[in-house]
Design a protein around this ligand. Structure first.
Ligand code: ADP
Ligand code: MG
Length: 519
């Protein structure tokens, strides 16, 4: 099969495929036309047999290199040898080209730059002795390089009487410094100093060495920058620093791969560490709210009119507003936890990074309801659970999810877990009931399509969740009857919730004012 489309006529080799004709590296093209063939042909036994016969037609070649050097046209029955021949020829040509370039660059200059490191063919390979079984590591010696100066013995000098040379001898030192340049990073071309018997003073050698190090550091930095800008687009250096700090502080043991990259957030998996105040789950997620502000612009309405954040919203710069999203998710999750709604448990909040428990096992996140492929029994169970959770969310947590759908519900341990509550608002939010209606529509559609015969339609579901008695058979009619702005205030409950929430403890006075204003 290897030989398909390849004809060998001495060194004149060409690869012939349907859309591609390669020429031999030394320029000669094939004189034989080879017809292309399909994969089916290639796989056919008949063709295999034919090829086998053809390949047997090649007599053995005893010495490819010798034949090559003698200008003869060796024949080969071996693809590997053919490839090696090609490669060798190609490499030799490359080296010849390199030498020409080197010569041109150096001209008559006393100081020359060597391209030796870029040569493809090692002098030993180049010679006819390639047949010899030599341990190349031991014999590898570059004949183009001058010998390194001999080291001064431990006693610190060589010679006797008047001919004593100490290790401080200027000439010896200079030569040694020149030789030491070989240890510079491979990308630093040091030229052939030894060949020219160059003697570098300590001062010159030290500054060259310093320059070499700073160049290396600089290129590492550049490389770093490039890598980060492509690999972790979502995580800017500030965020990364915050993440490292969490690992340094031991809150997290390790930050692993990214679970999801959304428009507004990036979610990472992490191994939990420990904290003094509370236990950290073994597996955590870091939800990093994106600091690219554009995407948040159209989400303003979720937070701007949320009276809990209204005051602060107007005073903050956009970067800080993003932190509010993380904070909002934290508080909403805390409320849900209190109502025993299955949801991630908050571990810690650092600026725009929210660390919470991982819903899933052994690094595998629980599937979204959308992907969980539930059987009819589980689907029914999930429906009633979601219905109950929506009621709890509304009445006990005083929240409307506002992005509830099969994408923000995970199926784990035989039940539904709610996630992604950064945009959740209170029902008294000017758009609260509108958002609730949308949630109801998503839930109703998903379960009805999923075959849950008892799944209510959106209107029924809305009434059952909210406890309101609205009627209508179009969204506009229905929503027209919803209580207007501030009607559904549950100020007292809310303040109670805020008081129990340590973060808001100090802010009650302020929030109360806002609430009264809203009523
Ligand atoms: P977004 O606002 O980007 O939709 P989400 O909170 O929905 O953010 O998280 C995005 C995805 O990350 C989710 O669909 C889910 O697959 C995964 N995810 C988020 N939080 C958790 C968690 N606590 N445990 C497991 N997976 C999670
Ligand atoms: Mg989501």
């Amino acid at each position: 099969m290897d030989q398909i489309g390849i004809t060998a006529e001495g060194p004149k080799v060409s690869y012939s495929f349907e859309y591609m004709v390669l020429q031999s590296p030394w320029g000669a093209t094939t004189t034989k036309a080879v017809s292309p063939c399909s994969l089916a042909d290639v796989m056919s036994e008949q063709l295999a047999k034919q090829l086998d016969e053809e390949s047997n037609a090649f007599p053995d070649s005893p010495d490819v290199n010798a034949a090559l050097d003698a200008g003869e046209e060796p024949e080969t029955d071996c693809d590997l040898m053919l490839a090696q021949m090609l490669q060798m020829q190609f490499d030799k040509e490359f080296d010849t080209q390199l030498r020409t370039e080197e010569k041109k660059l150096n001209g008559d200059s006393k100081l020359s730059i060597s391209f030796e490191n870029y040569r493809m063919v090692h002098p030993y390979e180049d010679s006819d002795s390639s047949e010899d079984e030599v341990d190349w590591q031991d014999t590898r010696h570059d004949p183009y390089k001058a010998d390194k100066p001999t080291t001064t013995p431990r006693k610190g000098f060589t010679g006797k009487g008047k001919n004593i040379t100490t290790k401080h001898d200027e000439v010896v030192c200079g030569r040694k410094n020149t030789a030491r340049m070989d240890n510079f990073a491979p990308e630093i071309n040091v030229g052939d100093g030894l060949g020219m018997d160059l003697k570098l003073s300590n001062q010159v050698y030290n500054s060259l060495k310093q320059h070499c190090h700073s160049e290396q550091r600089r290129s590492a930095r550049l490389h770093d920058k490039k890598e980060h800008s492509t690999a972790e687009q979502a995580v800017d250096p500030r965020t990364r620093l915050l993440m490292y700090k969490m690992v340094n502080a031991g809150v997290l043991e390790n930050i692993n791969g990214c679970i999801s990259t959304g428009k507004e957030s990036v979610v990472f998996h992490a191994d939990g560490g420990s904290m003094e105040e509370k236990a950290v789950p073994d597996e955590c997620v870091l939800k990093v709210f994106k600091t690219t502000l554009n995407e948040f612009k159209n989400r303003d309405k979720y937070i701007k009119d949320d009276y809990r954040f209204k005051e602060r919203f107007s005073k903050l710069n956009p970067r800080k507003i993003i932190r509010l999203w993380a904070e909002k998710e934290m508080h909403n999750l805390a409320r849900m936890k209190k109502a025993d709604i299955p949801c991630p448990e908050v571990v810690i909040l650092k600026k725009h990074i929210l660390v919470m428990s991982f819903i899933g096992k052994d690094h595998v996140p629980a599937p979204k309801l959308k992907e969980a492929m539930l059987g009819s029994e589980d689907m029914n169970r999930a429906y009633y659970q979601v219905l109950h959770m929506m009621q709890q969310l509304y009445h006990e947590c005083n929240l409307v999810h506002a992005d509830l759908s099969e994408y923000n519900m995970l199926w784990h341990q035989g039940k539904v877990w709610l996630i992604d509550v950064s945009q959740s608002i209170e029902p008294n939010h000017p758009h609260g009931l509108e958002f609730l209606f949308r949630d109801c529509r998503n839930v109703s559609t998903f379960f009805q399509k999923g075959g849950v015969s008892e799944a209510m339609n959106v209107y029924e579901l809305f009434n059952v969740v909210s406890g309101l008695q609205l009627s209508g058979d179009s969204e506009a009619d229905f929503l027209a009857q919803t209580p207007t702005y501030g009607f559904h205030m549950t100020v007292n409950t809310d303040i109670h919730l805020l008081v129990t929430d340590t973060f808001y403890f100090k802010k009650v006075g302020e929030d109360q004012k806002t609430s009264q204003y809203l009523v």
